[in-house]
Design a binder for this molecule. Sequence first.
Ligand code: PAF
Length: 293
Amino acid sequence: MQFAILGFGAIGKLLHWQFQRAKLNVSVIAKAQQALPNTYELIDTNGVHHSAHVKPAHIPSIDCLIVCTKAYQVVDALKPLIEQLPSSSSIVLCHNGLGPHIEVCELLGAEQSLLLATTTHGALTKSSTQVIHSGLGTTKLGQISGSPLAPLLERQLLAGFGAERLTDDVLSAVWQKLVINCAINPLTAIHRVANGELLDKRFNADIAAIVAEVCQVARADGITLDPQASLEKVYQVITATASNTSSMAQDVIAGRPTEISAINGYVCQRGTLLGVTTPNNDKMVQWVVNATR
Ligand code: PAF
C-alpha cells in the first residue's frame, strides 16, 4: 500500500516517522511553493534523535493520502490533486477543528473513502529539518463517507497511526477535541499566554460559557457531549499542557493566519444553521480576527 502525507509540518513529520517506523511505504507531497527536505530528524519523547528519509510521492500510485495541512489550507491543497489520485484512493483529514470535510466530501468520487483523524500527540517544529515529539497521546480515526476500506489498507493505516481499531463515531471524537480547542486556543491567542495561564479565575466565566455553547450546538447537530465532563476535560488538558503555547497562540505571535474559522467559527456556523445562538464563540472569532489584523 502506498501512503502519502500532504502538509509536512510537525504533525505531518511525526506521522511520516510513525509510518516509516511501522515499515510502511510512505512518501510526501510538497505543497505549492514548498521545498521538501531530503531528510529530517525526529527527537522522540525520550530525547532520542532519529533520522528519517523523505521520498517524494508519485501521485497516481497513492492508495491513501493523509492531509496534515492547517484546516484553512485543506481544500485548496487537495483540489489540484484529486483528479490525479486513483479513483479508489482514500483520504484522511488530520487537522484541528472541523469544516473542510464537508467540502472535501463533495469533491470525492463515489469509490473514495474519507476518514477523519484526531490526535492528542504533541509535536513541535524546531527547524525545517527537526521536529520534537513533545508529548505522547492517542489518535482516533474513523471513516465518514465512501466505500469501506480494504482490510490490508485498514490494517496498515491503523499501524501507521498507532491506533487499535477504527472509531465508529469519529465525529463525536472530533467534537470532543473541538470543545477543547474552542476554549483553549482563542483565549491563549488573544491574551498571548501559555495554556496554564487559563487556570487563573479571570478566565473561568469565558471558558464555561464557550464550553456550554459548543455542547448545545453539538447536541443540535446530533452529537452528545456532556457539558460538565467537557468542562472537566478542558481543565485537565489545560493542566496537562500548562507550559505549552497553543497552536493558535503560536500563529498569532508569528503573525500567521489562524484556524479560528475551523474551530470557534465552525461552531458559530453550525449554530446559525441549526438555530442555536453562540454569542461567546462569536466573540472569540471576532477577537482573534482583530488580534491578527
Ligand atoms: O491546538 C493546540 O495547541 C492543542 O490542540 C491543545 C490541545 C489546545 C494544546 O495546546
